[in-house]
Write a protein that binds this ligand. Structure first.
Ligand SMILES: Nc1ncnc2c1ncn2[C@@H]1O[C@H](COP(=O)(O)OP(=O)(O)OP(=O)(O)O)[C@@H](O)[C@H]1O
Ligand SMILES: [Mg+2]
Length: 298
């Protein structure tokens, strides 16, 4: 049987009267990049805090590679790497020292080779002798990612690793995440950059006010909850077209919006058009962002 990298089983978390997580069930397969998406306050960080045992669940269960995080925290901590949402300052140590301490924390005493490798990968090598307070915000984020990787975790949790990170660095960071995935790491990430999530994540979970609204393959959610646009320019131009999916005419193109799973053929049939009638045609696929808005506003 396939050993899942992560399993959340009817997970609940309340802070006093506030139900922040309302029975979330989902799983991540080994080697998968999973995007946990949702608006501010949806419960994403709460879920991550439970996985890392920083917080106790009010009900339900979390398993990391089959180990229960409450019963076997030592095992699960070893398997996990975590990049938290908040940037933490540890004042007087330099980058290399921090990564060395972090290795020590996992019981790895001689880790220079791995640390150098990670620093190189994350563009930190040239900054290795800087104290944390001498790093820029983006460098601090990269250091947080480096800290999460010293012990070669099998499941990496990234809570908005690219918040406040510039576009180039964001692309580098995501490229590195993809590389880690290709090396076999499983990854759970949260992000508010939905275009990036769309490119990166095999599966997504959409959570809103503690409730999981959708979980499944990224292309499936786009197909199910967004629309595609079809723009048609006719050989013999007309002033108008009457059709339920017609949006507008722009620059000589008639613009239609049809559900992503519907075909262009239906539209052609409805309009009694053949390819002979068409001068030019353009299509635009729906996006994860569109699907997200559909789900979260409902
Ligand atoms: N330690 C805490 N004590 C009380 N309430 C909390 C605590 N942590 C989170 N909450 C509340 O739980 C809810 C979910 O918060 P959480 O941080 O999990 O959201 P999030 O999805 O990570 O949001 P964001 O996108 O803003 O990071 C919010 O209403 C928040 O105010
Ligand atoms: Mg959060």
């Amino acid at each position: 049987m396939l050993q899942l990298a992560l399993e959340l089983i009817d997970l609940k978390k309340s802070y006093g009267a506030l139900e922040a997580v309302k029975g979330v069930t989902l799983s991540i397969k080994p080697g998968e990049i999973f995007g946990l998406l949702g608006p501010n306050g949806a419960g994403k960080t709460s879920i991550i805090s439970i996985i890392t045992t920083l917080e106790k669940p009010s009900a339900g269960q979390v398993k990391v590679f089959g180990y229960d995080v409450e019963k076997d925290p030592m095992q699960t901590k070893r398997l996990l790497g975590v990049v938290g949402q908040e940037v933490v300052n540890s004042g007087f140590f330099d980058v290399f020292e921090i990564l060395e301490f972090m290795s020590g924390y996992y019981g790895i005493l001689k880790n220079k080779e791995r640390i150098d490798y990670i620093m190189n990968k994350l563009g930190l090598y040239e900054h290795r002798q800087k104290k944390v307070k001498q790093l820029s915000g983006g460098m601090k984020r990269r250091l947080m990612v480096a800290k999460a990787l010293v012990h070669k975790p099998k499941l990496l949790l990234l809570d908005e690793p690219t918040a406040g990170v510039d576009i180039n660095l964001r692309e580098d960071l995501w490229a590195y995440v993809r590389e880690l995935q290709q090396e076999g790491m499983s990854i759970l990430l949260t992000t508010h950059y939905l275009m990036e999530a769309e490119e990166l994540c095999h599966q997504v979970g959409i959570i809103d006010r503690g409730q999981l609204k959708f979980v499944g393959p990224t292309n499936q959610i786009i197909e199910q909850f967004s629309a595609k646009k079809i723009m048609i320019k006719l050989r013999k131009d007309r002033d108008s077209i009457t059709h339920k999916n017609f949006l507008k005419k722009k620059d000589g193109f008639f613009e239609f919006q049809i559900p992503s799973q519907e075909s262009m053929g239906g539209l052609f049939r409805d309009l009694s058009l053949t390819l002979e009638d068409v001068e030019d045609i353009k299509t635009e696929q729906g996006s994860l962002e569109e699907a997200f808005k559909q789900i979260v506003s409902k």
